[in-house]
Design a protein around this ligand. Sequence first.
Ligand code: HSE
Length: 425
Amino acid sequence: MSKIKIGMIGLGTVASGVFKTLQDFDNIEIVKIAVRDINKPRNIENLDKNLLTTDAMSIVNDKSIDVIVELIGGVEPAKTLITTAILNGKHVVTANKELLAKHGEELFDLAEKNNKVILYEGAIAGGIPLIMPIKTILAANKISKIEAILNGTTNYILTNMDMKHASYDDVLKEAQNLGYAEADPTADVEGFDAAYKLATLATISLNKRIKINDIYREGISKVTADDIKYANELGYKIKLIAHAELTDENTADVRVHPMFVSKSTTLAHIDYVTNAVTITGFPIGQVTLSGPGAGEFPTASSVAGDIIVLSHEIGTTDYILPMMRCNHSSSVKVTNILDTVNKYYLSLTVSNKVGVIGKLGLICADKGISLASVLQKGVSDDNTANIIIITELCKEKDILEVIDLLQKEGCINKLNSMIRVANDV
Ligand code: HSE
C-alpha cells in the first residue's frame, strides 16, 4: 500500500493529539514536523527527533509530501506556508480559525485554481463534526439560521458565575489559575475567537461570503452576577451566542454577543467548556450538534479525520472531494446592528420617584415597544430602585432611543446592563 505523506507544521497540544492518533493508521506517514524548539520536552512517547525541523519552509517545499497539516494558528507565517504548500501541489488540513476568517476567500480561491483542497474540521468547535455534515449530508438544506456556543472559555466562565453566584472577575481569575483561560483572555472573553469561527461557519451555512469585519462583536466582560441572577428568575441563562441569519430582506445578520436564552432551549443547558451549534433550515427543521469544542484529543479527532478522508481520496481521481471545496463568492449585504430586531433585558437604576415606571411605559409605548416583564424588588437605602425589564421584539435603534429619552427625562440614573434576548433559539 502506498502511504500518504504528511508534513506537520507545529507540535503543540492539538498537533500532539493528531500525531498520537495517526500512529494507528498504516496508510498515513508523518514524514516531517516543524517546531520552534527541537529540544523542548514533549508529551509524546518515543518521538523520533529526526522527524523534527525548525525550517517549516523546507516542509512545504518537500516534493515527497502530499498533505500539509498546519497547526500553529495565527495569520503569519501560517498564510505564507499554506500558500506555498498549495502552489507546490499539496492539499492542506488546518485548524486555523483566525487565518480562515481573515483570508479564507483568497486561500480557497488559490486552492481551487491549483485543484487542491483545504479541510478545516478542527477550526470550528474542536471535536464537533460540523463542516463535513453541513457540506455533505445537510446539503439538501437551505440553512436560514445558526445559533451557537463556539467558545469554551466564556461558557466555562458564565456557567461558573451562575453556579457559584460569583463575579466575572473572580471566576476569570479562577479559570486562569486552572488553565481554562489564557493569561491574556481578550481573544476569548471579548468574542474574537467566536467571531473568527462564526465567519467561516456562517459562510458555509448561509452560502454567502461573510467577512470577519461584517460580524458585530461584544464579549462577556460586562455581564454581572446580578444579570445572571435576574436571568434565572425570569427563566433564562446567559450565553455568548454566535448568531448568523439570512433575514427576510436577504441581508445577513451576523453577530457574537451575550444573550439571554430561554431555559426551554438546548443551548441554555450547554455548560462549562462544551460547545454547541443549532442549525435551522429546510427541510431539516432544527438540529443541534454539541460536544467538546477544544482540547488535545477532541480537536485531533477532527484534524485526523480530515487527514484520513484525504488519504482515501488522493490518487483515486483528478478532482477529489468536490463537495468539500469552498466557492462561496456570493456576497451579501450585512444587517447593521442598529437595524436588528431583538427582545431586550434592561437593568436600570432609577430614583424612587412617583410615576417613574409609568413614564417608562409611556416612552416605550411612544416607540411602539411592548414590555414582556417588569420587575422591581423594593427600594434601596439611598432611595434608588433597580428595575428589570424584558421587552417584546423591537429594533435596536428604537430601544437605544428609548434609553436616551429616559436618561434625558431624568427617569433613570444608570443603565446597568442591556443584553439581547434570544427570540426562539
Ligand atoms: N479558546 C477557545 C475556547 C478554544 O475557549 O473555546 C480554541 O478555539
